[in-house]
Write a protein that binds this ligand. Structure first.
Ligand code: NDP
Length: 433
C-alpha cells in the first residue's frame, strides 16, 4: 500500500488474489524462493502520456493516457483500452493485474495489460472521437505491436474507436499489422463472434455453474446491469437459452420490464442510435425507468453485473440473496465489492468471478489474433463453438482447482489459484526477468 499510494482498486484486486494463495505457496515452495508474489504485483512497465487534441470549437484539450504492461510471461501483453472519466492509474493497474490471471486461465499464449484514458466519450462528436483516438495512438504505437502488446476495447472503446486507433497505427508505421489490435471491424481484420464473445462467454460459464449443481437456465428470471457491449450479448444468450431478462441499466438508472426485455429495441437504442437506456421505457408498454434506482433490488433468480467495478455492494448482495437469487456471474471486472463477494461465498450461491466468467472476450481476441496470423477467416459457428469449449474448460479448471485446494464450489479460489499457477510456473522457467 505504501508503494502504490492512493490506488484503492489496485489494492482491492491484489488483496483478493493474495487471499487465495496461502496453500499454493505451501505446495510450491519454489514460488516463494523466486519471489513470484512480489514480482507479479509489480508491473513490468507502466506508460503514462499526454493526449492533446483539438475539439470542435478549435480549443485544445488535454487528457492523460495510460498503458500498464503488467506481465508477459505467457505471451505478448494483451488487454483492453478504457475511455472513461474515472480512469486513473489505480483503475488501469487493477484491470491489468486481473488480466494476468484471466489470460492465464484461458490457456491461450497471452500476457496481461490494460490501458485507457480519462477522456469522456459521452457527448463528443464523431470527429472529436476520431481526433482523440488518433492522438492517443500517436503515442501508444511506440509501445504496441503484434509480438509486443495487443490492445482491444473496453468501456467506451468499441469497434468505432478500435477503427480509428488501427487507422492511425497503420498510418504511422506504414504496416497493415492486423494482429496489433483486436475487436476490429469485420471488413478490416476483425473476427466473427468477437463482439458477442464476452457476453456469450459469461452465460456459457454461468450455464456450467448451474449444470454442476444439477440446475439449468431454462425458465430463470435474470437481471443484467449495464447496457453496453457485454450486457447486450449476455442478454442475447440468456434469452436464447430460455431465461427471461427483466432489467438492465446504465450509470443513470435502470429499466424494469416484467414481460422480458425486447432485445431488438435495446440494440436499436444503444447500438444504432447511441442513446440512453431510459428511452426504452418510453417506447415499450409495461416497462418503467427508475432514475438513480438500484437494479439489484429487482427480484431475480440470477444476476449478471456487466457494467463496472464495485457496482454491487454488500447491501445489494444481501438483498439479492433475500430475494432468492441462486447465481451471480460477472461480465464486468471486479463489479462486486469484497463485502458482496463474502456474502455470496458465505451463502454458498453459485458465484462466478469476472476473471473466470468474462474471460471469453479476451480468449476470442486471441482467436482473432490466430486468424490474423494465418490470414484466415473463420465462420461465426466455428468461433462460437471454440468460445463455448474454452469457457467449459475454464469452468472445469476453476472447479477442480477449488476442490484440490480444499474449498469445493469456491470459484474465486479456483480462478485465482489456477490462473496464478500457470503464470508463476512460466515466470520461474523464464528466470529472473
Ligand atoms: P461499454 O462501454 O460497452 O458499456 C459499459 C456499460 O456500463 C454502459 O451501460 C455504462 O453506462 C455502464 N457503466 C460504465 N461505467 C459505469 C459506472 N461508473 N456506473 C454505472 N454504470 C456504468 O463497456 P463494456 O460492455 O465493454 O464493458 C463492461 C464491463 O465489462 C467492464 O467492466 C469491462 O471491463 C468488462 N469487460 C469487457 C470486455 C469486452 O470485451 N468489452 C471483456 C471483459 C470484461 P453509461 O453509458 O451510463 O456509462
Amino acid at each position: 500500500i505504501n508503494r502504490n499510494p492512493g490506488e484503492a482498486e489496485f489494492h482491492q484486486a491484489v488483496h483478493e488474489v493474495l487471499e487465495s494463495l496461502g496453500p499454493v505457496l505451501v505446495k510450491y515452495p519454489e514460488f516463494g524462493r523466486h519471489k513470484i508474489i512480489e514480482r507479479i504485483c509489480e508491473p513490468e512497465r507502466q506508460i503514462i502520456f499526454r493526449v492533446p487534441w483539438m475539439d470542435d470549437n478549435n480549443e485544445v484539450q488535454i487528457n492523460r493516457g495510460f498503458r500498464v504492461q503488467f506481465n508477459s510471461a505467457l505471451g505478448p501483453y494483451k488487454g483492453g483500452i478504457r475511455f472513461h472519466p474515472s480512469v486513473y492509474l489505480g483503475v488501469v493497474k487493477f484491470l491489468g493485474f486481473e488480466q494476468i490471471f484471466k489470460n492465464g486461465l484461458t490457456g491461450m499464449p497471452i500476457g496481461g495489460a490494460k490501458g485507457g484514458s480519462d477522456f469522456d466519450p459521452k457527448g463528443k462528436s464523431e470527429n472529436e472521437i476520431m481526433r482523440f483516438c488518433q492522438s492517443f495512438m500517436t503515442e501508444l504505437q511506440r509501445h504496441t505491436g503484434e509480438y509486443t502488446d495487443v490492445p482491444a476495447g473496453d468501456i467506451g472503446v468499441g469497434t468505432r474507436e478500435v477503427g480509428y486507433l488501427f487507422g492511425q497505427y497503420k498510418r504511422i508505421t506504414n504496416r497493415y499489422e492486423s494482429g496489433v489490435l483486436t475487436g476490429k471491424g469485420l471488413d478490416w481484420g476483425g473476427a466473427l463472434a468477437r463482439t458477442e464473445a464476452t457476453g456469450y462467454g459469461t452465460v456459457y460459464f454461468l450455464n456450467e455453474m448451474l449444470k454442476a449443481r444439477g440446475d439449468a437456465l431454462e425458465g430463470k428470471t435474470c437481471i443484467v446491469s449495464g447496457s453496453g457491449n457485454v450486457a447486450i450479448y449476455a442478454i442475447s444468450k440468456l434469452q436464447e437459452l430460455g431465461a427471461k431478462v427483466v432489467a438492465c441499466s446504465d450509470s443513470n438508472g435502470f429499466i424494469h420490464d416484467p414481460d422480458g426485455l425486447d432485445l431488438a429495441l435495446v440494440k436499436q437504442i444503444k447500438e444504432v442510435e447511441r442513446r440512453r437506456i431510459k428511452e426504452y421505457a418510453k417506447q415499450k408498454n409495461g416497462a418503467r425507468y427508475l432514475a438513480k434506482g438500484r437494479i439489484w433490488s429487482v427480484p431475480c433468480d440470477i444476476a449478471l453485473p456487466c457494467a463496472t467495478q464495485n457496482e454491487l455492494n454488500g447491501k445489494d448482495a444481501q438483498e439479492l440473496i433475500k430475494n432468492g437469487c441462486i447465481a451471480v456471474a460477472e461480465g464486468a471486472n471486479m463489479p462486486s465489492t469484497p463485502e458482496a463477494v463474502d456474502a455470496f461465498l458465505n451463502t454458498g450461491i453459485a458465484y462466478g468471478p469476472g476473471k473466470a466468467a468474462n474471460a471469453g472476450g479476451v480468449a476470442t481476441s486471441a482467436l482473432e489474433m490466430q486468424q490474423n496470423a494465418s490470414r484466415d477467416v473463420w465462420s461465426f459457428e466455428f468461433t462460437d463453438k471454440r468460445l463455448s469449449e474454452i469457457m467449459t474448460g475454464i469452468h472445469q479448471r476453476c472447479y477442480e482447482t477449488a476442490e484440490e485446494f480444499g474449498t469445493p464450489g469456491n470459484y474465486v479460489n479456483g480462478a485465482n489459484i489456477a490462473g496464478f499457477i500457470k503464470v508463476a510456473k512460466a515466470m520461474v522457467a523464464l528466470g529472473l526477468i
